[in-house]
Design a protein. Sequence first.
Length: 333
Amino acid sequence: NSNNSNNTDTLYLALRDSNKNHDDDNDDFYNHLGRNLPWCPTTSDFPYPSVVALYATLSLMALSLALLIGINYNSVAVFTRHYRNANISNTMWILFYVFVCLRAGTNAIRYALDKHNEEALDSYFFFSAIILSGLTAFVLCLAINHQRRHRSGPSTAPEQPQNVGGLWTAFKQSLTWVEGLFFFLFIVYLTFLFVMVVKRNDSDSEVWLGIFLAMFCLQRVPVVVVVLIILFQRANASTGGSYEGPDRYSKFYLLLATLLSLLDDLPLNVWALILPDKCYFWLGSLVDIVHVFYIGSLVVYFLFLRREFLRNMEECLWTTVTQVQDTFDYRRF
């Protein structure tokens, strides 16, 4: 048993050192933004088994949630037709989960590759995942801000429901200077990603790497700011308005999901640089635990948007039925 344990440790160290040397030869430190993720369990011949399993699980779960939201929580049905207004629209949330699915699927394929033989393909998958990460953060900003504008704050007359439209209709509902700021941060994020890649072999490459990581985190700051506004927003007593917004349970879901998702504000490879690389649980490491918390945030976000949809659905349904009755042409029958 002692010999088997020593052989296992030797295999793990050999694999880790082999990857490390290979990464150093190809400037992979900048490609991975930190250090290789722990290889757990160490006895597996499959590359990064725990990491691939978690990313694959995340991808399938995000896709399932996107389909569930699109089918059950994005419109109301009246007389076999589907209607939606801004109060119940979850199109931005669907896009968010779709981008999470694509990013996680890309990373699952990337880590499943033999990097010694698929170096160029690994780079393509990596940069695709980094771009998708920026898109995911951008769409999450849009989704949270949509909540602030249309479902939180002083009560207003509900918007007239319309026939279900495409993505452009959803985007038009979200176009203000605030969304313009989110888009600007996304462009800055892509710009510094490009600069970091171009400068990766220069003497000041670490400076550009640090700036990119700062932009990576900065793009996620608006989510925290908007969530705090939603949590503390109340009606304006001077105008006699009443508050229409999330109840305490919805706010708890939103706060919990945001706190859990903050763990994703650093790439997992940076967490690997911070946390020990041992396989504490044989099947996984502390970095995998960080990943599990992020998966949990997606579930809690879903619980939040579902509760908000159900809260606003009845009002939207009543407004829709009234509108249909007022405009229906009974002379055709």
